[in-house]
Design a protein around this ligand. Sequence first.
Ligand code: TEU
Length: 529
Amino acid sequence: MTSSAEWWQRGVIYQIYPRSFQDSDGDGIGDLQGTIARLDYLAWLGVDAIWLSPVYPSPMADFGYDISDYTSIDPVFGTLSDFDRLVAEAHRRGLNVIMDLVPNHTSDRHPWFLESRTARGSAKRDWYVWRDPGPEGGPPNNWLSEFGGSAWEHDPASGQYYYHAFLKEQPDLNWRNPEVHAAMRQVLGFWFARGVDGFRIDVVHQLVEDATFRDNPPNPDFQPGEPPSHALLRVHTIDQPEVHDIIAEWRRVADRFGGRVLIGEIHLPINRLVAYYGVELGGIHLPFNFNLIGTRWSAETLRNLVSSYEAALPPGAWPNWVLGSHDFPRIASRIGNRAARLAAVLLLTLRGTPTMYYGDELGMSDVAIPPQSVRDPFERNVPGQGMGRDPARTPMPWSDETSGGFTKGMPWLPLGDYRHCNVKLQAQDPDSILWLYRRLIALRRTEPALSLGSYEPLGLDPECLAYARRYDGRRIAVVLNFSEEPRRVALPDDARHGHVLLSSREGSPPDSGRIVTVQPAEAQVLALE
Ligand code: TEU
């Protein structure tokens, strides 16, 4: 890899959940003008690109993941000219803009679906997945919705059912219909032409279903507490081979514009995930690697995870790591505040593009949502089982003003302890996790070994995860102590000296040397000389 690497290989991606980032008009919901007002903060933090969760017109049954118009902006977020301004203002600061594309399903209010459901013979009938009832009446087969219950909704007018992998308000498009392909290619072109730098594509692995609609088999390993849809093995509803042709089409559109990135939201085991890079890497540039999210937090599991991911990558494929998203509990709540600092170092020093989730740079925790404030349809459909995603979607705390400076109105979700955890406070404290993120991102920028270098595991100490990154003669070691004791670690034999570039701990930096002492839950980044 040379210095001609693409921006999405060198850079850090920052996910914004626009409803919760910054409100500008006092309706309690974040918007595009609010986001524009916070771009200086993101430039200060040092990230390279923002990915916005959906801002298209939507009835908001799934908070924007139910789109009713792919080429406009929902009034709650602003206007198309606000969006153009956001792109221009972001670009002026060296920030690229990634939109969210949701091609698996539309809203049930999208004109395409409204037309589709008018009659069996309607021109757009086949744009969606319609089926007659099963042999005994009832749903055509046993497929389940990710958000609980059957994946089939009965339409009394025509007597048929339509398929929805998510809510009934999110009917699945029929990706076996070429007209659907053409329509979505136009959507990509519309935004690329407006200067959008890439797309994060929602549930790419779920676009196509089995052509003969076979039942999914039961999952013998199903455990109570898992999402109800996991009671079946989704062999006929996800990861169907036809999906790769659709992706290749999108890739051709992206390549025609140049310099654009396609990111895939894909929840699959590593061996299946890597297929989404496509034949001869003609697929998704970055199939999201969510494995840090579910993994046990220990040196050994992480060591094995990184090795197996690195080993599975096709030649030339660019890796990536995701630490949080709007669908999962926040990292600080999963592993604790102390370990969250280690996680920051890990995310920003592993080989591959890091994606961080807004607020994680403050060590934001999940916020308990009282029953009357629940907004997430997943929690409403499957209540009380910890499925809800609201706790990780609460407004960004900017200061200790009312509602953390997020809004002058009533915030759409409650805020956490914004008086003690906010941007303003942490920006004044060089020991804060916010500064740790900022220092890490800056270091990544000045040290190409960290962004572009090779990955070499170092077996220095069983309690520590340690690896080297090497680029152009420069070698940087990263040592993360997962134990409760200080560890004295000897650097590799061929290194005369380790010079500490960064420590995750508060206070004065540790000593450099051939043998370094790494404190409990500390991570050090060292230049090997
Ligand atoms: O999520 C897809 C997905 O698989 C989710 O069901 C995820 O596994 C779950 O939320 C974990 O709790 C995407 C979006 O990221 C999500 O916000 C949308 O609700 C969903 O697609 C439907 O568009």
